[in-house]
Design a binder for this molecule. Structure first.
Ligand code: ATP
Ligand code: MG
Length: 332
């Protein structure tokens, strides 16, 4: 089976609708046809300040959310990045073949560093895409299912794989991104031109997977729309309505055009209520399952460590090849 790899940062204690649609929902459906590896990328999370205890708890809670959303640890490998040292080791080696200007063109760094002022941004945040390339390349990954915000980073991973192969000999598989078209980027409900992000400031604009059903309904009811009445997909004129259409389309699994026809001549009230119902129907059971699984943290850690062992074996074999190709001493 072809290999897929993807990851999410434990940068908050719940995932949000964007992570679900951009990542988890896609992952869940790919488990049978692919050899799937899903990582909890805690080394990425520490590129911005994190509270140590909160980070470790969020890491375990994220693993629980993977399982609650349908990732099956018996079929898929799911592990914590920091348990497999090869990620950091390969990232260092790839840093040596990445241009400073090339890294400087990554828009996520520009966005995230702009939030707190460029001087407050860490060097880790700057080289984050190189670590992400290492994550992907260690496992001979063919496809990387992500949201559209990660497209540029997967492109960098492709460039680095090709560059390494041509300089040091065939070593890496050149990966491709897999991105759903219309729903690839979910926006903040209050600022429908800004990406919904775990680390963004407005809680009212983010629908968390672990929000209580009543809270989800309220946030969706209060989502910013416009003064018109038409439920129509138009990112320029109607960003709020378009965002809700994308959400409903992903949760119901029907095309946006079908929804536009369904809501023709009906107001925003009906439409928002249906969006809220669709999200609550999907997230309600995930939330309950998460709360159940959280009761047994030792079992979660056991699952993660078993998976990490498999990842460690695969990654160490690739790293040994890399050391050989580059002229480094064999790792112990
Ligand atoms: P952070 O603010 O800490 O960067 P995040 O919400 O951007 O958090 P990540 O852990 O960076 O989440 O990304 C995990 C996955 O979720 C990636 O595949 C990413 O493309 C996807 N993703 C993140 N935000 C969205 C969004 N708004 N719409 C669709 N996909 C998203
Ligand atoms: Mg992000």
């Amino acid at each position: 089976k072809p290999r897929i790899f993807s990851g999410i940062q434990p940068s908050a204690d719940s995932l949000h609708i964007g992570n679900y649609i951009g990542a988890l929902q896609q992952w869940e459906s790919m488990q049978d046809d692919y050899d799937a590896i899903f990582c909890i990328v805690d080394l990425h999370a520490i590129t911005v300040p994190q509270d140590p205890k909160a980070l470790r708890d969020a890491t375990r809670t994220l693993a629980v959310q993977y399982i609650a959303a349908g990732i099956d640890p018996a079929r898929s490998t799911m592990f914590v990045q920091s348990q497999v040292p090869a990620h950091a080791q390969l990232a260092w080696i790839l840093n040596g073949i990445t241009g400073f200007g090339e890294a400087g063109r990554m828009t996520q760094f520009k966005d995230k560093s702009a939030r707190n002022g460029a001087d407050a941004a860490s060097v880790g945040l700057f080289t984050y895409p190189v670590l992400m390339a290492a994550d992907i390349l260690l496992y001979d990954t063919e496809l990387v299912p992500v949201g559209d915000d990660q497209k540029q980073h997967v492109e960098l991973a492709r460039d680095l794989a090709q560059r390494f192969n041509s300089r040091f000999g065939e070593t890496f598989v050149v990966p491709k991104p897999q991105i759903q078209k219309e729903t690839a980027r979910i926006y903040d409900l209050q600022i429908p031109t800004a990406k919904m992000s775990k680390s963004a400031a407005t809680d009212s604009g983010i629908v968390w997977m672990l929000d209580e059903p009543a809270v989800i309904a309220k946030k969706i009811r209060s989502a910013v729309t416009d003064t018109g009445r038409e439920v129509r997909f138009d990112r320029g004129e109607k960003p709020g309505v378009s965002n809700l259409l994308a959400i409903l389309s992903a949760f119901r699994g029907v095309p946006i055009a079908t929804l536009e026809a369904e809501y023709e001549g009906r107001g925003y009230g009906d439409f928002k209520r249906d969006v809220a119902d669709a999200v609550v129907d999907a997230f309600g059971p995930i939330r309950e399952r998460t709360l159940e699984l959280q009761a047994d943290p030792a079992e979660v850690d056991r699952i993660l460590t078993t998976s990490a062992q498999r990842a460690h074996d695969l990654a160490s074999a690739k790293l040994a090849q890399v050391h050989e190709a580059v002229g480094l001493y064999p790792s112990l």
